[in-house]
Write a protein that binds this ligand. Structure first.
Ligand SMILES: CC(C)(COP(=O)(O)OP(=O)(O)OC[C@H]1O[C@@H](n2cnc3c(N)ncnc32)[C@H](O)[C@@H]1OP(=O)(O)O)[C@@H](O)C(=O)NCCC(=O)NCCS
Length: 207
């Protein structure tokens, strides 16, 4: 019986950009396939002022920006489903559309929150979902309906989340995304998130 050797698939290693092993692998011939980043926000008066301005901008343009109830989980999932193909995909930042029942349960339980921007007709055009971790509140997803992008809505819903949760005593927030996602990074930076770590997705030649 003859055996055909399986094609060699390059391994992908995800390392922080300041990890000496990343430099060693690059020197040894690894190639940079993609990047991702993490960012943190500490609540300050200046951050709160930026957040208020972002919410006011969206409100002034006609959207209602507010916390979403557990009963609105289906609308969140519908919006995320029609937008799922627009998430930049990297080996470290795959996006899974949440399950509506699981999201509704999490929103009802507490420790998970959703903030949305709705048209006067009640259509959900942007949403961010966040969860409390041990040391911070972290972003699960943020998405804006394709037809309503570049209107400040992602920035506004993230801002509404910071304003509401800061009011409940949360002072440390985290988020992250694909290096290719300039819009996501800029929405965060507009509010005061600072990139604290970069991750390199290195394709290491087999053998
Ligand atoms: C990323 C996303 C949520 C941004 O939503 P949005 O409502 O268009 O964002 P905003 O209008 O608040 O814009 C935020 C910033 O990004 C900029 N921006 C928006 N789209 C951009 C693009 N395609 N390229 C570069 N910059 C962009 C805006 O100009 C703004 O920057 P500024 O404040 O310096 O002007 C939206 O593009 C989206 O839903 N993408 C698919 C899902 C996704 O990638 N989610 C994020 C995962 S980490």
């Amino acid at each position: 019986m003859s055996t055909t050797p399986a094609p060699t698939v390059p391994a992908v290693q995800i390392l922080r950009s300041d990890d000496p092993e990343a430099l060693r692998l690059l020197d040894a011939g690894a190639s940079l396939r993609s990047e991702s980043w993490g960012a943190r926000l500490r609540v300050t008066p200046a951050v709160l002022a930026s957040c208020r301005a972002a919410v006011d901008g969206a409100t002034g343009a006609g959207w209602t920006v507010r916390a979403l109830a557990a009963t609105e989980a289906e609308a969140v999932v519908d919006l995320d489903t029609v937008s799922a193909a627009d998430y930049p995909h990297t080996v470290a930042t795959a996006h899974d559309v949440p399950d509506a029942a699981a999201l509704a349960a999490a929103l009802g339980r507490g420790g998970t929150w959703a903030f949305g921007a709705l048209t006067p007709g009640g259509r959900l055009d942007a949403v961010t979902v966040l969860t409390r971790l041990t040391d911070r509140v972290d972003t699960d997803l943020t998405v804006t309906r394709a037809a309503s992008r570049r209107r400040g809505l992602a920035t506004a819903v993230k801002a509404a989340a910071v304003l509401a949760l800061a009011g409940q005593g949360h002072a440390w927030f985290g988020t992250g995304g694909a290096g290719a996602n300039a819009a996501s990074r800029r929405a965060n930076e507009a509010l005061g998130y600072e990139v604290t770590e970069r991750w390199l997705h290195l394709e290491v030649p087999a053998g």
